[in-house]
Design a protein around this ligand. Sequence first.
Ligand SMILES: C=C(O[C@@H]1C=C(C(=O)O)C=C[C@H]1O)C(=O)O
Length: 403
Amino acid sequence: MSEARASAGSERGVAARPPAPAFRFGGGSSLPGDPVDQRPGGGSDALVWRSVTGGRWLDGTRAGLADRVAAVLAAHPDTMVGGALPFERDAAAVLVHGPVDERPALPVLPAPREPAPVLLGVESRPDPVGYRDAVRRALDWIADGPAGPGQARKVVLSRALLLEYSSAVDPDAVLAAAAATPGRTWRYQLRTPAGPVLVGATPELLVRRRGLAVTSFPLAGSTPRPGGAADADQAARLRASAKDHREHAVVVEAIADTLAPWCRRLTVPSEPELVAAPGMWHLGSHIRGELRDPSVTSLHLAAALAPTPALGGRPAAAAAALIGQLEPDGRGLYGGTVGWTDGSGDGEWAVTIRGALLDGARVRVQAGAGIVAASEPEAELHETTAKVRAVLAALALPGGELR
Ligand SMILES: C=C(O[C@@H]1C=C(C(=O)O)C=C[C@H]1O)C(=O)O
């Protein structure tokens, strides 16, 4: 709502909606192995919501970004920068700078507008035939050669579903649904200056910095959760899948290699754990490190890590080039990172997945799957469908029977 309309509303005695924050992020819940938070009210599993309202947008691409942001924050104590870095490393970041607003809970959001939007149509880009085709081309690329000595190639291929609804989808209603998803997720909402609003609940932490402690929680290797008794069977199958463990190891190795030069100590688990995300099982690993240099901020680390090989591949540059060919629309914010950093350098950056880009009555949901030598096109297509369904369910967006 524009300010003019808001004040006209109050003149007529209608309560004006307060200005909507440009950025909201609900994260910071504790991870297994975290020290217990001793602060008053800082229970071991407390989720913290941060937002920026009425801030200033920062221009620029990723090159030199973290240093510029650190300088801005050094000059303005009690402020933070929140937003997103796109998947493509040379694309413009969407970051907003403003005062820190930190709360234990998401404020009560206005009730969604009635009637609820009805799904009118869905377009898949590429369509299922095109996606299976892209997987076959990726398998040829994988078979063409190794990524390095003793290393197999991997690439993550995604498809976008463009959904058309009968009326505008309310970004706050979608955020409220994301906030209510059970399980450990990082919830985000970013009103981009171009208009569309990015909203989601991602189970994947790219990097968190608290003081010198650095944590990353990569996920790779997935299977849908059918619910009921079959849920445990699927979990057991994932645990036993050599293909998924290989896919996971590629990601863990790459994250550890990127973090190692920044860290004095780095601990990498030898085996992944099973992670229950909304609608999906994943393999996940807690990687923990201790920073060498306290001037390195969470944004330095996020900019170095994103896009994670859980969304790109190995070798990173060749996988990104292949993705550029096979996904000609470009990914934009999907697959990049979303989060915040503050004047102390602390911050939390999640992988921008399990979200939707809302543009009035049009909604874009994108999902991908990791392709390795043993991948089957049909199974990978099925995995993207399962992920999209999980997103629609978590965000309470009507999705029908997607294929
Ligand atoms: C690509 C997505 O998810 C990523 C890919 C995964 C996989 O290939 O197993 C698992 C989790 C995410 O890192 C997505 O949700 O769109």
